[in-house]
Ligand binder design. Structure first.
Ligand code: IPM
Ligand code: MG
Length: 359
């Protein structure tokens, strides 16, 4: 029987709760589909700072490298907010993405039929099918560029640098074009080329590459306009290709189309088949430890792992179907509306497992 080794980074805040439910679901689908999973837990973020003094211990990197994929909860919280930038929990997250070479971040934002009412957008704006894939560059740009503090004639200043090389742009653009080919062959590259030199190089590079993909309808959009278009007419988008920081911002915005940021999964991929899978939301310290969090974004991240890294597309479909069915009956507080059963984080996990067994 096929056995997979998964590194598990539960992280901080609601991280442990949502990851525990996702492991339950992965075990349930493994049993149903005939494979086994072994878990290897490691520290990341604030919990790593508390235990060993650094947000990304070497042992964590080694465990993730040895695994078939990594499942991550979330990192950060007010407890560590006053620490200097290079030892904050978020530094651990950026560090693991970089150490594993995960330059491509796939963030699908789509509407789950039973959740249409939960979207804050008007029904006429989200009519029709909505299925956007944000392809975000993840190991470059301003997140990793040179930064520092200066003293300018006695006045303190700080700077961060947005820099992209042609190689970095090409490899993420290729993921975007290939993704567009597998979907509806529409790619919108988002930048700020009216102001930023790095965006102008991005545009030039993507334009050159488009010759290799004559079937893909390529368009360009400035990021400010894209932010507006996402809430004005989101169904115009299919694949959005963008930089690290613009992708961070636009994927949070796109997530609201689906009703709750608690629903959105993500896959971070590099040159090897192994990836890192995490919800796009944060550690929600305000509800941590209360069994209130929505585990579905992490559970759906497990579905992405099965599809993109473990070669188990059927198991992936089983999870997605189970989630869709559960949503017709039960809701965690973030997506709750009258007429449904209000459930806790662990009840939601149990319900998904039960559906998987019944499917
Ligand atoms: C995300 C998060 C992270 C990011 C933070 C926690 C560093 O917002 O995954 O979108 O900015 O990449
Ligand atoms: Mg973000």
């Amino acid at each position: 029987m096929q056995n997979y080794k998964i590194a598990v980074l539960k992280g901080d805040g609601i991280g442990p709760e949502i990851v525990n439910e996702s492991i339950k679901v992965l075990d349930a689908v493994a049993e149903k589909c005939g494979f086994t999973v072994e878990y290897d837990e490691a520290l990341l973020g604030g919990s790593a700072i508390d235990a060993v003094g650094v947000p990304l211990p070497d042992e964590t990197v080694a465990k993730c490298k040895a695994a078939d994929s990594t499942l991550l909860g979330a990192v950060g919280g007010p407890k560590w907010d006053s620490l200097p930038g290079n030892v904050r929990p978020e530094k651990g997250l950026l560090g693991i993405r970089s150490a594993l070479g995960l330059f491509a971040n796939l963030r699908p934002a789509r509407i789950f039929e039973p959740l249409r009412d939960a979207s804050p957008l008007r029904a006429d704006i989200i009519n029709g099918s909505l299925d956007i894939m944000v392809v975000r560059e993840l190991t470059g740009g301003i997140y990793f560029g040179e930064r520092g503090r200066l003293n300018e004639n006695g006045v303190e200043a700080a700077y961060d640098t947005e820099k992209y090389s042609v190689t970095e742009i090409e490899r993420i653009a290729r993921i975007g074009f290939d993704m567009a080919m597998k979907r509806s062959k529409k790619l919108c590259s988002v930048d700020k080329a009216n102001v930023l030199e790095s965006s102008r190089l991005w545009r030039e590079t993507v334009t050159k590459m488009s010759k290799e993909y004559p079937e893909v309808e390529l368009s360009f959009m400035y990021v400010d306009n894209c932010a507006m278009q996402l809430v004005r007419n989101p169904s115009q988008f299919d694949v959005i290709l963008t930089s690290n920081i613009f992708g961070d911002i636009l994927s949070d915005e796109a997530s609201m189309i689906s009703g709750s940021i608690g629903m959105l999964a993500s896959a971070s991929l590099g040159a090897s088949g192994a990836g890192l899978y995490e919800p796009i939301h944060g550690s929600a310290p305000d509800i941590a430890g209360q069994n209130k969090a929505n585990p579905l974004a992490t559970i759906l991240s497990v579905a992405m792992m099965l599809k993109y890294s473990l070669g188990q597309p059927e198991a992936s479909d089983v999870i997605e179907k189970a989630v869709a069915e559960v949503l017709t009956e039960a809701r965690t507080p973030d997506i709750y509306v009258d007429g449904f059963r209000k459930v806790t984080c662990s009840e939601m996990g149990d319900l998904v497992c039960a559906k998987i067994k019944a499917l």
